[in-house]
Design a protein around this ligand. Structure first.
Ligand SMILES: [Zn+2]
Length: 219
């Protein structure tokens, strides 16, 4: 550890956002918490519904330490956590690499959400991932109607609320090969990524691969 880091630790102590323990050095999350992050799943079950996307990969289940890190990042604007999470995404992309000619995009957030959080947490992650895996990022989707928060809604309510809420930025989609990597933080019922995939396919995307940090364990 450098002298400067030691001095900073002394005057500006930092604490692990998930367990609250004091952190030394350059870590953002303490090593004990990081050690609890599960390994990348060996395979991903993907069947049983009429999905518009062609593949789905997630880094871990949305429980335990993974849930805690994502919530810490999502609800308190802690930009430093995006480095930790984009590294976790990177492990997923290394195991399940997308085709070379794909482009990365992400699920857009609503204006209300942007106002509350102060930053677009998914886009920030997507831009970091894009740099790390050397695949271009393009904004391909926008929110066409402002939605209320989906937290606490039943799967049926989520689905009804989401139909027709996203639209495609055509001029950007037409610059791509048609193979789209769609990023989101959490896959809950899949309604959001499915609707994004539906509109992208309707505008001519040929293949959509969904990558999320976590998958909800609730049925
Ligand atoms: Zn910790």
């Amino acid at each position: 550890m450098s002298v400067l880091t030691e001095i900073c630790d002394l005057f500006f102590p930092r604490y692990c956002p998930t367990c609250g323990k004091k952190i030394v050095g350059k870590d953002v999350i303490c090593s004990e918490c990081m050690a609890k992050v599960p390994a990348v799943p060996a395979s991903h079950e993907f069947s049983g519904r009429n999905w518009y996307f062609d593949g789905f990969f997630y880094r871990a289940h949305y429980s335990g330490i993974m849930g805690e890190i994502i919530r810490a990042y999502k609800y308190i604007p802690r930009m430093s956590l995006s480095h930790v999470l984009s590294d976790l995404f990177l492990e997923l992309f290394k195991r399940f690499p997308p085709p070379n000619n794909s482009v990365i995009t992400c699920v857009p957030i609503t204006f209300d959400s942007l106002k509350t959080k102060g930053f677009d947490h998914v886009k920030r992650l997507s831009l970091e991932v894009s740099k790390k895996i050397n695949v271009n990022f393009l904004n391909l989707l926008e929110v066409s109607h402002q939605m209320k928060s989906q937290v606490g809604l039943s799967p049926k309510e989520r689905k009804a609320q989401i139909i027709g809420k996203y639209s495609v930025i055509r001029k950007n989609l037409y610059k791509t090969s048609g193979i789209v990597v769609l990023l989101d933080d959490v896959f809950t019922t899949g309604a959001t990524v499915n609707e994004c995939s539906r509109v992208l396919k309707a505008e001519g995307a040929s293949k959509i691969l969904v990558y999320t940090l976590a998958k909800s364990t609730k049925k």
